[in-house]
Design a protein around this ligand. Structure first.
Ligand SMILES: Nc1nc2c(c(=O)[nH]1)N[C@H]1C(S)=C(S)[C@@H](COP(=O)(O)O)O[C@H]1N2
Ligand SMILES: [Mo]
Length: 370
């Protein structure tokens, strides 16, 4: 591929539609799978159920040839093998990740891109070596302002040929739980999740956690690549420069109770006592409160401690289900006071739609589901 354009102009190519899901969206939706909502029952998302998002192709990388280079505004350039990274001090962190586009298809009109419903989340135990000591070793220049992280994958988006690239400010990159991760749940990274090495930025929407990482470059002026300056912005419309998408907004989701209808996935539940359970998370501040509503009557749920400082909380809410159709909803707040809007707040790229989850359950007589 020719010279990569790092300085891009123009606007995101996304348009919006109220029409049926297109062939292109179906293609994206089947490549980039969501976590099924029943996976919310597990504290650590089981293998294969963590959501997946790949902009271009999954690159096939040979771990023996692969190197990570650290360069740009540094005193000492580094070129590291996977083995050299793996013998460095390691940390394992349980992290809840979410794609910034989660909930996009619920906007009206829906911005055309990966058409997530609500499943673009997952929690995994990530093992890797902290980034900060590596930067110290490379003698990061005092006048460096950002680090640019480049993945081995490449393609074209919005007419711009590119490798997948994102930057972080020096302060954000020095955060003590920013990892260069080589294991997910105690196993080498699966190819689709970034093998052999990915960046992991806990608390940030997934786009910051660059997979198939091959270089880290310190720069003296802010990075303006496509995935930084054009994509991942909260924009009212295409002309609006918008504001950057960064930390994960507070969200809660219920694991749907009962059993689904195959085609519609509408829920059926037998009458009687049931414990409604879900999970809540925020990358912006600790989760402070979760409410659940049955037929519009909001009440506090029982919030469990998080399973780690960078991971979600379980919550539960006892309900005695009586025959008939009932609506369920949940809503979380974090310690900054932020909460989930009751209705979606539209933006041009369909970012950060954390509007409360609502769904109906048809409660049937006890014993009638076989
Ligand atoms: N190199 C590279 N890194 C990437 C991406 C990508 O397409 N290429 N997608 C990003 C986005 S938008 C998200 S949400 C997360 C998804 O990580 P996962 O597939 O491991 O869940 O990876 C991020 N890192
Ligand atoms: Mo994403």
């Amino acid at each position: 591929m020719g010279a990569l354009e790092n300085r891009v102009r123009g606007t995101a190519p996304e348009s919006a539609s109220t029409g049926p899901i297109t062939r292109e969206e179906l293609q994206l939706a089947s490549r980039n799978h969501a976590a099924p909502l029943e996976s919310l029952r597990w504290p650590i998302t089981p293998p294969g159920m963590h959501y997946l998002l790949v902009h271009f192709d999954v690159p096939q990388l040979d771990p023996f040839d692969w190197r990570l280079s650290v360069g740009g505004a540094v005193g000492i350039r580094l070129k590291l093998t996977l083995g050299e990274l793996m013998v460095r001090p390691s940390r394992t962190i349980t992290v809840t990740m979410e794609c910034a586009g989660n909930g996009r298809s619920r906007l009206d009109p829906r911005p055309i891109s990966q058409p997530w419903d609500l499943g673009a989340f997952g929690t995994a135990e990530w093992t890797g070596t902290p980034l900060a000591p590596l930067l110290a070793e490379a003698e990061l220049a005092d006048d460096a302002v950002e680090l640019v992280f480049t993945g081995a994958d490449q393609g074209v988006q919005g007419g711009v040929a590119q490798h997948y690239q994102r930057s972080l400010s020096i302060d954000d990159a020095l955060g003590n739980d920013v990892l260069l991760a080589y294991e997910m749940n105690g196993r080498p990274l699966p190819p689709a999740h970034g093998f052999p090495l990915r960046l992991l930025v806990p608390g940030w929407y997934g786009m910051a956690s660059v997979k198939w990482l091959r270089s880290i470059e310190a720069v003296r002026t802010p990075f303006l690549g496509y995935q930084q300056a054009i994509a991942y912005r909260y924009q009212h419309d295409d002309g609006d420069p918008g504001t950057p998408v960064q930390r994960i907004r507070v969200r809660s989701l219920l694991a749907p109770p009962g059993v689904p209808d195959f085609l519609t996935r509408n829920r059926l539940l037998e009458a009687g006592p049931v414990m409604l359970r879900g999970r809540a998370w925020s990358g912006s501040a600790p989760v402070a409160r979760v409410d659940v509503a049955v037929d519009g009557g909001w009440a506090r749920a029982q919030l469990e401690p998080s399973i780690g400082p960078r991971a979600w909380h379980g919550f539960s809410f006892p309900w005695v289900a009586t025959p008939g159709v009932h609506s369920l909803a949940c809503r979380a707040w974090d310690a900054s006071g932020a909460s989930q809007p009751l209705e979606p707040e539209w933006n041009a790229q369909g970012m950060g739609n954390t509007a409360v989850q609502r769904f109906d359950v048809e409660v049937v007589a006890a014993g009638s589901l076989g």
